[in-house]
Design a protein around this ligand. Structure first.
Ligand SMILES: *Cc1c(COP(=O)(O)O)cnc(C)c1O
Length: 462
C-alpha cells in the first residue's frame, strides 16, 4: 500500500511524543481522520476501539453531543480572556462545582493547562506554604518509586521511572523516594499472602527521621498508572493520610489518571475516604476534549498566601491559557453528563465484566499478573510465569501485543510489558467483552510468535 500524502507530510514535519522517530518514519503509520462514540477512524476508513481512551483522557466517547454543543455555545460568546486581572463565567462556575464534588476540605481551585503544569503548581504551593508558616526548612518532597507526575522538570524530579527520567538527573531536585506499594513486584514482604504493608513502614521511617525537612508526600492514589497499573493494597492510602497528618507533612494526591470515574468512583481518594491537602485533576476533566487542569487546596493552605502586597506572599505563577473558557465550558458539560446519566452508578456492571474477562486472561501462559482497579486494567507479560522473569526489554513484547490488537481493530498502548486497558466509561458491556477478547487473542498470538521482533519493529514503542 502506498503512503498517503498526509502520512508523508507527517513524517516530514512532526516530532511525536515518547517516540523513537527513526522507527516511526521508516514504518507504516495510522493517521486518524475522525471518531465516533468509542471508536477512532483512520484515513482509510478503518475503525478501531479506543481502548485507552486516547491516552486516558476520553470519558463519554468521541463527539458527545452535549460537549460538542457546550463548546459551540461558548464559541458564540468568547473563546478566551485572561485570568490575570479578570474573572470569567465558566471558570468561576466550574470552580464551585469542583469544590462540591471533590473530597471535603478542598475549597480553592487554581487553574492550569495539563497534568504536568498542575503538579508543578502543587509542588510550588506546598514549598511556598511552609515558608509562610515560618517553617522554611520543610522543603523536600517524598515520592514513590516508579512515580509518574508529568514531563516538566519539577514533575520529572518527583518521578521515579528510570527509562524516562535518568537522562535529566543533573537538572533535577532530589526527592526522598519510598517503595512503590506494588504487591506483584514486592521485595519487602515474603509473599503477598503475608503482606503487613512493609511499604507503609518504610514511609513512616522516612517521616519519623526527616519530617522537619519534608514539605509533602506526593503520590498517585490507588493506581500508579504509568508505572504499569500498579494497584496499591487496601488500606495503604488511608495509612499514608494518617502518617502525613501525624508528622505534619502535606499530602498531595495526583488524580490526573485516576480521577473522573476511572477507578469506579469519581475520585480514587473516595475508596478510602481520604481528604488530601492538595489534589490535582486533569486528563478526563473536559471529557477528553481540551487541555485543562486544576490544583485544589484547603483553606488552610490558601489563607497562608494572604497578606499585604509588601509581604510578598502572592503565588507568582500562571499560564497564558489559565481558565480558558472553551475548556471550562467542556468541563462543565462533562460534569453535567456524569450527573444526568448517573455515570458512576452505571460502572459497577462494567467493572464486573472486566473482572470476569481478566480471570480468563490471567490463565494465559505468558501473563504474569492482570491487575484491575475499576475501569483500569493492566496485563503484565512475562517470559517465565513461574519465576516472574520478564521478557528482554528490547523485545518490546507489550508493543507486539498492541500491534496485533490494532490489526484486529483495537487501539491500545503498553507501558513496557504491561498492556494497559482503560476504555472510555461510555463503553458498553458488549464493547468491553469484544475489546478484551481481541486483547486476549493478541496476547496469545504475540507471545507464541517466534518472529515477534520483525513483526513489530515499526511500532515505535518505548
Ligand atoms: C498523564 C499524567 C500526568 C501528566 O499530565 P499531562 O497532561 O500529560 O502533562 C501527571 N500525573 C499523572 C498521574 C498522569 O497520569
Amino acid at each position: 500500500m502506498g503512503m498517503s500524502e498526509i502520512e508523508l507530510q507527517n513524517k516530514k514535519y512532526v516530532w511525536h511524543p515518547f517516540t523513537q522517530m527513526k522507527s516511526w518514519v521508516s514504518n507504516e503509520q495510522t493517521v486518524i481522520a475522525e471518531a465516533k462514540g468509542n471508536k477512532i477512524i483512520d484515513t482509510e476508513g478503518k475503525e478501531y476501539f479506543d481502548g485507552v481512551s486516547s491516552l486516558w483522557v476520553n470519558i463519554h466517547g468521541h463527539r458527545k453531543a452535549e460537549i460538542d454543543q457546550a463548546i459551540i455555545e461558548q464559541l458564540g460568546k468568547v473563546a478566551h480572556s485572561t485570568m490575570i486581572g479578570l474573572a470569567n463565567i465558566p471558570a468561576t462556575q466550574l470552580a464551585e462545582k469542583l469544590v462540591e464534588i471533590t473530597p471535603s476540605g478542598l475549597n480553592k481551585v487554581f487553574y492550569s493547562d495539563d497534568g504536568s503544569t498542575a503538579v508543578e503548581v502543587a509542588i510550588k504551593i506546598a514549598f511556598q506554604y511552609w515558608q509562610h508558616c515560618g517553617l522554611a526548612k520543610k522543603s523536600r518532597f517524598v515520592s514513590l518509586n516508579q512515580a509518574y507526575h508529568g514531563d516538566t522538570i519539577g514533575t520529572v524530579s518527583v518521578g521515579g521511572i528510570d527509562l524516562f527520567h535518568r537522562v535529566f538527573k543533573p537538572l533535577l531536585f532530589e526527592p526522598i523516594q519510598i517503595p512503590s506499594p506494588s504487591c506483584y513486584h514486592c521485595t519487602l514482604s515474603v509473599g503477598s499472602d503475608t503482606c503487613s504493608m512493609a511499604c507503609v513502614e518504610a514511609l513512616e521511617k522516612v517521616l519519623q527521621e526527616n519530617n522537619e525537612e519534608i514539605a509533602a508526600v506526593i503520590l498517585e492514589p490507588m493506581v500508579q498508572a504509568t508505572a504499569g497499573i500498579l494497584v496499591s493494597p487496601p488500606g495503604y492510602l488511608s495509612k499514608v493520610r494518617e502518617l502525613t497528618k501525624k508528622y505534619n507533612v502535606l499530602l498531595i494526591v495526583d488524580e490526573v489518571a485516576t480521577g473522573w470515574g476511572r477507578t469506579g468512583k469519581m475520585f480514587a481518594c473516595e475508596h478510602e475516604n481520604v481528604n488530601p491537602d492538595i489534589m490535582i485533576l486533569s486528563k478526563g476533566i473536559t471529557g477528553g476534549y481540551l487541555a485543562l487542569a486544576v490544583t485544589l487546596t484547603t483553606d488552610e493552605i490558601y489563607n497562608q498566601f494572604l497578606g499585604d502586597l509588601h509581604e510578598k506572599k502572592t503565588f507568582y505563577h500562571g499560564h497564558s491559557y489559565t481558565g480558558n473558557q472553551l475548556a471550562c465550558a467542556a468541563a462543565l458539560a462533562n460534569l453535567k453528563i456524569f450527573r444526568d446519566e448517573n455515570v458512576i452508578d452505571g460502572l459497577a456492571t462494567k467493572v464486573k465484566a472486566i473482572e470476569d474477562k481478566l480471570l480468563d486472561i490471567r490463565q494465559l501462559r505468558h501473563v504474569g499478573d492482570a491487575r484491575q482497579c475499576g475501569m483500569i486494567a493492566g496485563i503484565e507479560l512475562v517470559k517465565d510465569k513461574e519465576n516472574k522473569i520478564p521478557y528482554p526489554w528490547e523485545q518490546t513484547m507489550g508493543g507486539a501485543v498492541c500491534i496485533k490488537a490494532r490489526q484486529h481493530g483495537l487501539f491500545i498502548r503498553p507501558v513496557g510489558d504491561v498492556v494497559v486497558f482503560m476504555p472510555p466509561l461510555s463503553s458498553s458491556i458488549e464493547d468491553i467483552v469484544c475489546m478484551l477478547e481481541i486483547l486476549k487473542k493478541s496476547v496469545e498470538e504475540a507471545t507464541s510468535d517466534d518472529n515477534v521482533m520483525s513483526s513489530i519493529s515499526g511500532a515505535a514503542y518505548f
